[in-house]
Write a protein that binds this ligand. Structure first.
Ligand code: PGA
Length: 254
């Protein structure tokens, strides 16, 4: 697929897989995707599997991501994991502000922004998630909600940092439900966000930022969604847990 920005497809494994299962999956992905250069491929296992998966990915084109991190650098924060510790495991990306964390851990836009700043300070690339609830879409407030989340979650980032940030539009009603946004619905919000970025920063910056779509992306719908002009990749949950479907999503999008 000939795109303005390099596509990035990331697998969010959420709270799934033992270390052995994670290694099994990643070995398969390495075999199948070892020669893919035109799409950035990222896997984000649970913290418990990061160390082993990291070793398996040495000298691979597949990059390692984490699913969360602390906004604090280090110190007395029991149960937290800091950006420096992730860097230590050769993690390159970190998913921030996923709707499940916003919902179950009450993560706010301000917290996501603090985490994004801490990620950049450690040279990690944040994947900043946002997206409206079904009730918000039905009430016609999608753009208002998305604008507040994007402004709030990127607050304080410089132009240089935002270019090195991946955004992920994930309508909450499409996550894990099998109900995907249509490619037109995705494109509409992505274009809106890019325009918003050009007012927050400038047009040149907005043109460089990659915006992933997430929410029930599958091999059958990936190509159509990813071929939209402002959709620059996918954040994949369920279909990333199985080798065949994740590989097909990427191969179908090449
Ligand atoms: P899904 O999850 O692909 O299972 O809908 C996407 C996500 O939560 O990132």
């Amino acid at each position: 697929m000939d795109k303005e920005r390099k596509l990035i497809v990331a697998g969010n494994w959420k709270m799934n897989k033992t270390v052995a299962e994670a290694l099994d999956l990643v070995r398969g992905l390495k075999r199948e995707l070892g020669s893919v250069k035109d799409i950035d491929v990222v896997v984000a296992p649970s913290f418990t599997a990061l160390s082993e998966v990291s070793k398996e990915l040495l000298s691979s084109n597949i990059r390692l991501g984490a699913q969360n991190m602390s906004e604090n650098g280090y110190g007395a924060f029991t149960g937290e994991i800091g950006a420096g510790q992730l860097r230590d495991l050769c993690v390159r990306y970190v998913i921030l502000g996923h709707s499940e964390r916003r919902q179950f851990q009450n993560e706010s836009d301000a917290l996501v922004a603090a985490k994004a700043k801490a990620a950049h300070a450690a040279s990690l690339i944040p994947i900043v998630c946002f997206g409206e609830l079904l009730a918000e879409r039905e009430a016609g407030t999608t753009e208002k909600v998305v604008e507040a989340q994007v402004r709030g979650s990127l607050a304080g980032l410089t132009k240089e940092q935002v270019v090195e940030t991946v955004l992920a539009y994930e309508p909450v009603w499409a996550i894990g439900t099998g109900r995907t946004a249509t490619s037109a619905q995705a494109q509409e919000v992505h274009a809106f966000v890019r325009k918003l970025l050009s007012t927050m920063f400038d047009e040149a910056t907005a043109k460089r930022v990659r915006i992933q779509y997430g929410g029930s992306v599958k091999p059958a719908n990936a190509r159509e969604i990813l071929s939209q002009p402002d959709v620059d990749g996918a954040l994949v949950g369920g279909a990333a847990l199985e080798e065949r479907s994740f590989v097909e999503i990427i191969k179908n999008s090449l």
